[in-house]
Ligand binder design. Structure first.
Ligand SMILES: [Zn+2]
Length: 162
């Protein structure tokens, strides 16, 4: 699944909202601090709030061993489904338009391919241009068949020297 879609999901849904929406967690008694706060974990019998919510990174962690992660992991755990299925569920629930992401990534790939192709074409046309110039120079210096034979001799001699 595209990382852009995951990002979009995370932008749409905070951990607190996800807990409220997808679990029985009671957030009303939570002492909500700016960076992080604890609540009673909805996945185990929890007397002392052992589920930490990190608001800045939008992640969670249960210190009693229920796991941790982002909103996608949270929904996957709560619904007892895979991360991919949780993403599908969240896309539907949050009303995220995925076609734009797919189009964007395809456009990106096509554009990148075109750029590489153009670059290669430029390299080839430069090489061809150089070859043409050197052939023209060569041709200009030839006056008659005798010259051509001499040139041929020069090449053979060069090859022998090397
Ligand atoms: Zn727990």
């Amino acid at each position: 699944m595209s990382t852009n879609i995951c990002k979009e999901i995370k932008n749409h849904l905070s951990i607190a909202e996800a807990l409220d929406r997808y679990t029985d967690a009671n957030l009303s008694k939570a002492k909500i601090y700016k960076k992080q706060f604890n609540i009673c974990c909805p996945w185990h019998a929890d007397k002392n709030p052992s589920l930490t919510i990190y608001t800045e990174s939008n992640t969670w962690h249960c210190w009693a061993g229920c796991g941790g992660g982002d909103v996608i992991n949270l929904v996957a755990k709560s619904k007892n489904v895979s991360n991919d299925e949780a993403i599908k569920l969240l896309i539907k629930d949050l009303g995220i338009n995925t076609t734009s992401f797919v189009q964007n990534s395809q456009e990106y790939k096509i554009n990148r391919g075109l750029k590489e192709f153009n670059h290669t074409c430029k390299l080839y046309s430069c090489a061809l241009h150089d070859l043409k110039i050197s052939l023209l120079d060569e041709a200009k210096s030839l006056k008659d068949v005798y010259d051509l034979e001499q040139k041929g001799d020069v090449y053979h001699t060069l090859a022998r020297i090397e």
